[in-house]
Write a protein that binds this ligand. Structure first.
Ligand SMILES: [Zn+2]
Length: 395
């Protein structure tokens, strides 16, 4: 369990004792310093200041049992649990009071920490967690603990849908991959298993990284940024992996275009990963750029598709290169990316899709649907191509 006092959770506004709360003043603490101490006794004043220190906004007191209630400001700086012997002037012991009060405060902090956290309003998130202004309530506060992040999978908040869509997608693809790869060699030869594995690995890594990112995003700025980069790498790897079986079977007996297009997608995918490593790439203002980069990577498939249509004809591409499935896959990816970039529907009805059916969840579902469509498409191409036997034509 992490130390709550070092959890970085003090970024939130807290109503100071006896001072009206103002959400507009970021520098509240400075103005408090200049106020005269409310209590004459210096030791007691220090105790009160210590107990008022921002400790863990976003965490709930043990009496607050509603997980979804907005209570980021509902923790009384002086806990009602605190015995009057600490606060009351009647039993003031000048020497031992600070130590006893410190122990009490530590005990309170420990109990609040163990009681867990509660969801917070968007305006009370630190800047690095403010990704989508149209999701108003239900955000996780910074948790600063991987254990707490993973436990949050089973709580309801703005990331619950994002976590579960790709966690279930990850499990589904793992199952599909295993059932494909354990087929006897007489049914599916090792070459097919190797080629399909490129797609399976891309899909599994993409969904795994995405699930991990959405789970630990609220840990801290450093951890969130690192996993965000992994998330983008996963998208690039899925796109690259998707191209491999398609190019392999579409240009089965044409070595030169096959190599050229495989190298092309490898170079473009690597470029995408390099761009994703740029720190500013994850900032909200670059959302359209992110969508554009990954749509561009996917649309690079238009070049080999046009090549096939020109050399073999449109209907051959539809019948033998699964062009219809590829187009459906592209439409799903592009539609998903556009929904992600435009943040619809929460942009139209801010606050209505905080928990379910927000744009990012729709994007996730489109990604899974597109990946399954692609799996179906490449299975058809492989079945068709392998029915012909070995290559007889020469280049
Ligand atoms: Zn995501």
């Amino acid at each position: 369990m992490d130390d709550p006092s070092s959890s970085g959770l003090g970024n939130f506004h807290r109503v100071p004792h006896g001072i009206p709360y103002s959400d507009s003043n970021e520098g509240d603490s400075d103005s408090f310093e200049s106020l005269p101490p409310p209590i004459v006794d210096f030791d007691q004043y220090k105790v009160e200041r210590f107990l008022q220190a921002p400790m863990c906004s976003g965490m709930k007191t043990s009496s607050n049992s509603d997980d979804n209630s907005e209570s980021d400001l509902d923790i009384d700086p002086i806990s009602p649990d605190l015995p009057t012997s600490v606060l009351g002037p009647s039993s003031l012991d000048i020497i031992s009071l600070p130590n006893r009060a410190y122990d009490k405060a530590e005990e309170i902090a420990r109990r609040v920490w163990e009681a867990g956290w509660t969801v917070v309003h968007h305006s009370h998130l630190p800047k690095w967690l403010r990704d989508n202004d149209f999701l108003i309530k239900g955000h996780r506060p910074p948790l600063n603990s991987f254990w707490a992040c993973f436990k949050s999978i089973f709580r309801i908040h703005t990331e619950t849908g994002n976590i579960w869509t790709h966690l279930l997608g990850f499990v589904a693809f793992l199952g599909v991959s295993v059932s494909f790869l354990v087929q006897p060699t007489i049914e599916i030869q090792w070459q097919e298993k190797a080629v399909f594995s490129a797609f399976f690995v891309g899909a599994i890594i993409c969904l795994l990284f995405s699930w991990l990112f959405h789970t630990v995003y609220c840990h801290s700025e450093r951890v969130g940024r690192f996993f965000n980069k992994l998330d983008y790498c996963g998208i690039a790897l899925l796109t690259m992996g998707s191209f491999v079986p398609w190019l392999y079977y579409s240009f089965y007996c044409r070595m030169s275009p096959k190599i050229v297009y495989l190298v092309l997608i490898f170079v473009l995918g690597t470029a995408c990963i390099v761009v994703s490593m740029w720190d500013k790439f994850a900032e909200p203002k670059y959302r359209p750029l992110r969508a554009g980069v990954f749509i561009g990577l996917g649309l690079s498939g238009v070049i080999p598709a046009m090549h096939y249509v020109i050399t073999d004809g449109f209907w051959a591409a539809v019948d033998y290169a699964a062009l219809g499935w590829l187009v459906l896959m592209a439409v799903l990816y592009i539609l998903g990316a556009l929904i992600y970039a435009c943040r619809v529907p929460e942009r139209i009805w801010p606050g209505r899709f905080d928990i379910w059916f927000q744009s990012h969840q729709i994007f996730h579902i489109f990604v899974i649907a597109a990946a399954f469509v692609h799996y179906h498409g490449i299975s058809e191409i492989a079945t068709y191509r392998l029915s012909f036997g070995d290559c007889v034509e020469t280049e």
